[in-house]
Design a protein around this ligand. Structure first.
Ligand code: S3P
Length: 413
């Protein structure tokens, strides 16, 4: 079977665009993700005066330097992208102009005080709408601060780091758990004075220097393919050039601990580790997941629940309260998906308990709750189900992976 090449990483592309926009000089972003979310980031940056042009599988960003962004005419629109809205809030807090950011309905329901509060600690002037977007920012002089984060979120951390580039004095951020460090790696790549010790990151303000950025494949987009290859009889799939940032590879680690046959070949490292994965059809056994293991697979938990339903024994996934605040309430959406597929799971306050192995009956329509990750999990369920499964509103995958169903059908017919 031909290897599968996942689409470029969405999270890294957002950050590449945002940082290139304020670097000195022009940055070539190779293999950028072009999905609804990253296009929303590019559109916002264009409104801030940043020149972004596309040529074959590459974006060229004309960096304006730290002080070069222009006051946008009108409100910026982050679409349905939480990463765009939260990271832009950090970037815009320290500008010498005012701005406002809004988004689509689903984004307007998501909490934003988690990002406004630490920025306000640095002197940012932010007005929310009942704790949510639209968000109004009065550009102001910022000062460095020592942050302690209670929510394990790479978006909050990244917003603070972007603001910290503009602050007077150094900033530190201490988290309870490690989260994906794409922003830290790219900042370092572009010459920022950033370091880390244990769970604390230190950043001194300063200018960034443009440098080519190569984006690897998106592990979260590849995850449904990995799950399907594990669960189908006699399957073997090689996934080429996928990002292997340790803050993202939680599902690979957990699947291996569940007995999955996955081999990893690392191919390159700068600024992000990447490589090839070979996944063989495997017999899985249940597992217990601790809260500290959740951030490295935060977007793969509905998939893990489905994998657990096919594994023998009990799986307990603890510490998943954050899932209620994603594109949908993913605990509710996962339970609804289970019901539609004819599967059973128990839910606690922020945990799921799944006993396996169960058979997937199918035969019913599945609600995606307009959530791309639920639609992709449903696609894996559908190929394993005894009866056909109809997925409602499959177009929601455009948020992260427009060609998902085309690619999935190519490999799993
Ligand atoms: C992301 C971080 C995660 C993740 C989201 C993308 C990022 O969100 O769920 O899809 O790019 O930093 P949180 O920061 O809210 O955990």
């Amino acid at each position: 079977m031909k290897p599968y090449i996942p689409p470029p990483d969405k999270a890294i592309t957002h950050r590449a665009l945002l940082l290139a926009a304020i670097a000195d000089g022009n940055t070539r972003v190779d293999n950028p993700s072009l999905c609804e979310d990253t296009l929303a980031t590019a559109a916002c940056l264009k409104k801030l005066g940043v020149g972004i042009s596309a040529s074959k599988n590459r974006l060229l960003v004309k960096g304006l330097g730290l002080g070069g962004l222009k006051k946008p005419t009108g409100t910026l629109n982050a679409g349905a992208s939480g990463t765009t809205l939260r990271l832009l809030s950090g970037l815009l807090a320290g500008q010498d102009f005012d701005s406002a950011i809004t988004g689509e309905d689903s984004l307007l329901k998501r909490p934003m005080s988690r990002v406004a509060a630490p920025l306000e600690l640095m002197g940012a002037k932010i007005r929310l709408s009942g704790g949510r977007a639209p968000i109004y920012i009065s550009g102001s002089a910022l000062k460095g601060a020592a942050h302690r984060l209670t929510v394990p979120s790479a978006q909050i951390k990244s917003a603070i780091l972007l603001a910290a580039l503009y602050a007077q004095g150094a900033t530190s951020i201490t988290g309870r758990f490690r989260t994906r460090d794409h922003t830290e790696r790219l900042l370092k790549h572009l010459g920022a004075r950033i370091s880390a010790a244990g769970l604390t990151i230190y950043l001194k303000p300063g200018r960034l220097k443009a440098k080519e950025i190569r984006v690897p494949g998106d592990l979260s987009s590849a995850a449904p393919f990995m799950a399907a290859a594990c669960l189908l009889e006699g399957f073997r799939l090689t996934i080429k050039n996928v990002g292997l940032n340790p803050g993202r590879t939680g599902l690979v680690k957990i699947l291996k601990a569940m007995g999955a046959k996955i081999s990893v070949r690392k191919t390159h490292y700068a600024p992000e580790p990447a490589g090839d994965l070979t996944v063989l059809s495997s017999r899985l056994k249940g597992i217990r997941i601790r809260p500290g293991e959740v951030p490295a697979m935060v977007d793969e938990l509905p998939l893990l629940a489905l994998l657990a339903a096919r594994a023998s024994g009990t799986t307990v996934i603890n510490g998943i309260g954050e899932l209620k605040l994603k594109e949908s309430d993913r605990i509710r959406a996962t339970l609804a998906l289970f019901m539609s597929l004819g599967l059973k799971a128990g839910a606690g306050k922020d945990s799921l308990v799944i006993k396996g192995p169960q058979t997937i009956a199918g035969g019913r329509a599945v609600d995606t709750f307009n959530d791309h990750r639920i639609a992709m999990t449903a696609a894996v369920g559908a190929i394993l189900a005894a009866k056909p499964v109809k997925i409602k509103n499959p177009g929601c995958v455009k948020k992260s992976y427009p060609a998902f169903f085309k690619d999935f059908k190519k490999i799993f017919h």
